[in-house]
Ligand binder design. Structure first.
Ligand code: OAD
Length: 240
């Protein structure tokens, strides 16, 4: 008699959807984007709040800036676009590679979220970057110390710093069967360069009311917001 294992049917692997999300993904949750009219970088100088030099020169100001961002996120909720992506996990292997530092993908129920630029709800040690902690509440203050006794900083990738998650992101993008780009101006590298790792013949959907100019084969542009665009794309892709 054949061993039992011979009769086990191989599992059909699910189609892999890779979502590259940016600030526009959370715009309909009431979180400001960075660029353009009303964007965060219109009201703040990047060099004064989002660089290691800024934190060295004026840590209080940088902490205050991120405390305000964190408060905004804690008061916001996932929008139906986040929920659509979470529901796609019922039929697809969904991986989200986000430039966003909010936790709205996770709160909507997405289980595989990679944060390229860090996470607002976490802090890390300035003495040992492997020491990462959840922040309780909205505020991280001067004098909040890690167990080694050094000041805690926001767990954010600032301009001029390495992007440690980029290699894992490249691996994920290389395996995509479908790619959805949503709500990013594609101006910040290395994140914007991820599309160069999409395999030929993979369909790419770009959702943005003001779509950035990118030239790729198999690109479909949906010039609309994330909520409507993700619902449209969801109804157009089949699990088979
Ligand atoms: P940007 O602010 O550069 O771009 C946001 C994009 O979202 C724009 O293309 C908008 O047209 C689009 N958008 C606006 N409303 C939208 C909606 N309702 N639905 C879909 N799209 C919408 O934000 P990012 O590209 O994410 O990094 O910025 C990348 C990085 O630059 C950020 O992670 C941040 C920033 O500086 C750091 O702070 C390290």
């Amino acid at each position: 008699m054949l061993p039992f294992t011979k009769f086990i049917m191989p599992m059909k692997s699910l189609k892999k959807i890779v979502v590259l999300s940016g600030a526009g993904m959370s715009a309909e949750s009431g979180i400001a984007t960075f660029r353009g009219a009303g964007g965060l970088w219109e009201g703040h100088m990047v060099e004064e709040v989002a660089t290691p030099e800024a934190f060295h020169a004026n840590p209080g100001l940088v902490l205050k800036f991120y405390n305000a961002r964190r408060k905004n996120v804690l008061e916001s909720s996932p929008n139906p676009g986040h929920t659509t992506l979470a529901h796609l996990e019922q039929d697809f292997d969904v991986h989200i590679v986000t430039q966003n530092v909010d936790d709205l993908h996770e709160r909507a129920g997405s289980s595989k979220v990679l944060h390229l630029h860090g996470e607002l709800v976490k802090s890390r040690s300035t003495a040992d970057e492997s020491l990462v902690f959840e922040i309780e509440g909205a505020d991280l203050n001067l004098g909040d110390l890690c167990p080694l006794g050094s000041q805690l900083r926001p767990h954010i990738v600032w301009f001029g710093e390495a992007v440690p998650m980029i290699e894992r992101a490249v691996e994920i993008v290389r395996e995509a069967d479908v790619v959805i780009i949503v709500g990013t101006s594609m101006q910040v590298y290395p994140a914007a360069g991820l599309i160069n790792f999409v395999r030929p013949n993979v369909s790419i959907h770009l959702i943005d009311p003001n779509p950035p100019e990118i030239f790729m084969r198999n690109l479909t542009i949906h010039a609309m917001g994330a909520v409507a665009g993700l619902e449209l794309v969801r109804s157009s892709i089949s699990p088979g």
